[in-house]
Design a protein around this ligand. Structure first.
Ligand code: F6P
Length: 481
């Protein structure tokens, strides 16, 4: 689908190594835009809030661990309401689209965009685009009002429907233009945000007064820069239920092994956090940490040791782990361009069973639990609901203030407007040479499956992957230390 966005980053350099990675603004490419007082100033709910409006110069630091002499580093524009807005309420025609896989909290974000636009800015015209990107040109739209979205946060999934792929920039922007839409809220993962960046470019090329706002979504929590993606905590919480069941099964049978497969195509955050939270897991296998089965230091040796010591064990495996060992790699991609994976849970279950029955002549009782879709199809937890609300409100404030071509998200606990290219340049991964993974290893006692050589190579790879401004950042990795 050719999702290359080519806008130059908007960088502002200040004193003492301060760098602002700013986001585009409608006034960058449309001259003489009128502004209006923010209607929030007359809103009784906010009248008592001192300093309700965000100062134009407020920015959020990406790296908050600093030394006396370190430069101030990269900053992002702080999210929130501005004193002047670039749209009059009656002139706003907004739309919302959800793309990619499901994630707890999608409906909450939809609800809160609709309610924030309506209650805070008096916007009445909000369209839901049905069925992902292709819905712009091939499906119906639905009108969204505070009344119609009132209860949707209690449901899993997305009331708008979703899809992977189906992306055609020109058709999408034609549809935006034809429908007179001037604020586009795009909720989706990395592929979707890349699409949003290209839509923004096309809109800019056509000189349209349309704000394009991305709201990052991935249950795998692999979006860089932001602290965490919405729905992740809910997913970890739900994964605990599967792990509990695996533990109960494992402890009830002789040499019981409970095996749970969790989502995580390229990164094992759900598996790692669920493992650390649970304390019942004896071994966690993730894509970032290659492992091996046979021989000294291998998985089979560890399982046998654990069964001899405790009589049972629980293994958590992320779906992308160990794929290199599965004999036939699928070599196919889904409509979002993600590699299709073999079922590593079934594969490893069989391998463990074969090893212990045939090679070791040991009776084991292995129970395999695959809660994959149950974990992401549920409604979001209370804390994710609050998170989704802040995301949606931040997104709306940004669009009303004329910002465009940005993604919204928390950076060190504060909500910020982040340029698309920063979100799209790489995927976050569990760093197995960081402290969080060490915490996991010390809680499970599993082998690290690493040689000293691997550790050295891993840290060299980290250096290679570090983007521009390398010396100034490491924000995300630090947040997980
Ligand atoms: O990308 C997020 C994710 O949840 C992955 O962990 C998982 O592999 C994928 O979506 C599965 O989604 P679907 O089966 O809908 O393509």
């Amino acid at each position: 689908m050719g999702l290359e966005s080519n806008s130059m980053p908007k960088i502002v350099i200040g004193d003492f190594g301060y760098t602002l990675e700013d986001v585009p603004h409608l006034s960058d490419f449309i001259p003489d835009l009128p502004t209006y007082p923010n209607p929030l100033q007359d809103n009784p709910a906010y009248s008592a809030v001192r300093q309700y409006f965000v100062d134009y110069d407020d920015t959020i630091a990406q790296n908050i661990v600093v030394h006396k002499d370190t430069p101030r580093g990269i900053h992002f524009r702080r999210a929130g309401p501005r004193q002047r807005v670039y749209f009059e309420s009656d002139d706003v025609h907004a739309c919302i689209v959800t793309c990619g896989g499901l994630c707890p909290g999608l409906n909450t974000v939809i609800r809160e965009i609709v309610c924030s636009l309506n209650y805070m800015y008096g916007v009445k015209s909000v369209l839901g685009i049905h069925g992902g990107y292709k819905g712009f040109y091939s499906k119906n739209t639905i009108s969204l009002t505070p009344k119609s979205v009132n209860d949707i946060h209690k449901r899993g999934g997305t009331i708008l429907g979703t899809s992977r792929g189906g992306y055609e920039t020109k058709k999408i922007v034609d549809s935006i233009q034809d429908r007179g839409i001037n604020q586009v809220y795009i909720i989706g993962g990395d592929g979707t945000q890349k699409g949003a960046a290209v839509i923004f470019e096309e809109i800019k090329k056509r000189g349209l007064k349309v704000a394009v706002v991305g709201i990052p979504k991935t249950i795998d929590n692999d979006i860089p820069v932001i602290d965490k993606s919405f729905g992740f905590d809910t997913a970890v919480e739900e994964a605990e239920r599967a792990i509990n069941a695996a533990h109960v099964e494992a402890t009830s049978f002789e040499n019981g092994i409970g095996l749970v497969k969790l989502m995580g195509r390229y990164s094992g955050f759900i598996a790692m956090y669920a493992t650390i939270a649970s304390r019942d897991v004896d071994c966690c296998l993730i894509p970032e940490s290659p492992f091996y089965l046979e021989g000294r230091g291998g998985l089979f040796e560890y399982i046998e040791k654990r069964l001899k010591e405790f009589g049972h064990m629980v293994i958590v495996i992320a779906e992308g782990a160990g794929q290199e060992m599965l004999s036939e790699s699928l070599n196919q991609k889904d409509a979002s361009g993600n590699k299709l994976l073999q079922d590593v849970g079934l594969w490893i279950s069989q391998k463990i069973k074969d090893h212990f029955s045939k090679e070791r002549k040991m009776t084991i009782n292995l129970k395999y639990i695959d809660p994959t879709y149950m974990i992401r199809a549920i409604p979001s937890s209370a804390s994710d609901n609050v998170y989704c609300t802040l995301l949606a409100q931040s997104a709306v404030h940004g669009a009303m203030a004329g910002y465009t071509g940005f993604t919204v998200g928390p950076v060190n606990g504060r909500y910020a407007y982040i340029p698309f290219h920063r979100i799209n340049e790489r995927q976050n991964k569990v760093v197995i040479t960081d402290r969080m993974w060490a915490r996991l290893l010390s809680s499970t006692s599993q082998p690290s499956f690493l040689s000293t050589k691997d550790v050295v190579e891993d840290s060299m790879d980290d250096k290679k992957e570090t983007p521009n401004y390398a010396l100034l950042e490491n924000g995300f990795a630090d947040a997980h230390k």
